[in-house]
Design a protein around this ligand. Sequence first.
Ligand code: COA
Ligand code: ZN
Length: 200
Amino acid sequence: MNTDLIKDVFVHSEAIVDVGARVGARTRVWAFAHIVAGAVVGEDCNICDHTFIEGKVVIGSRVTVKCGVYLWDGLIVEDDVFIGPAAVFTNDPRPRSRKHATEYPVTRLKQGCSIGAGAVILPGLTIGLWAMVGAGSVVTRDVPDFALVVGNPARFRYWICRCAARLKAASSRGMWICDCGRRYREIEPWHLESEDGHAT
Ligand SMILES: CC(C)(COP(=O)(O)OP(=O)(O)OC[C@H]1O[C@@H](n2cnc3c(N)ncnc32)[C@H](O)[C@@H]1OP(=O)(O)O)[C@@H](O)C(=O)NCCC(=O)NCCS
Ligand SMILES: [Zn+2]
């Protein structure tokens, strides 16, 4: 473990954090997790039991990685993302034994999105800001910001708020609102933008 880079981090005695892995302050790494050299994990994350984080993976802050999740090279996880138990990521679109790609397609989980338990994300996709993927879904296309998708193949079901409630169409055209008070504008088809800013 690279202790000079690790301040105020809880690492369970049965976890492996390789020398050369970077883990941010107040992050907790639980039993049987393995964070490989080169991987970057931000602050205030929760890396649960039986997780694997490969060496080129970059994870932001306040991210939750639930039990039994393997994060492969090519994956970028932004701040506030939730990854449900046993969600599956892939980085080789046409896998063959003993044939290794030299570069991996980038899969990006944008800020605040949630991946349901057991969902499968195909290589090279982007899951939008505060979007949500239903449990067990197979995601084959990019998911727009604030979209809820479910099923195999995952299909758009409805727009979802940052607070995780379903958005309602407002009386003014192209506006979507939530009981929590947040408002969203559909600036073009399939493109919702938060009126409140997504970083707050
Ligand atoms: C996707 C989700 C948020 C939808 O919640 P919801 O809008 O309350 O959904 P409902 O239960 O009202 O179901 C609405 C419809 O979607 C379907 N549906 C719901 N979740 C689904 C899923 N994961 N996959 C496929 N279909 C799903 C329902 O069967 C129902 O279909 P119908 O209209 O044909 O009857 C929720 O079902 C889900 O998967 N949450 C993720 C849970 C999870 O993985 N948590 C991880 C931490 S434990
Ligand atoms: Zn809301």
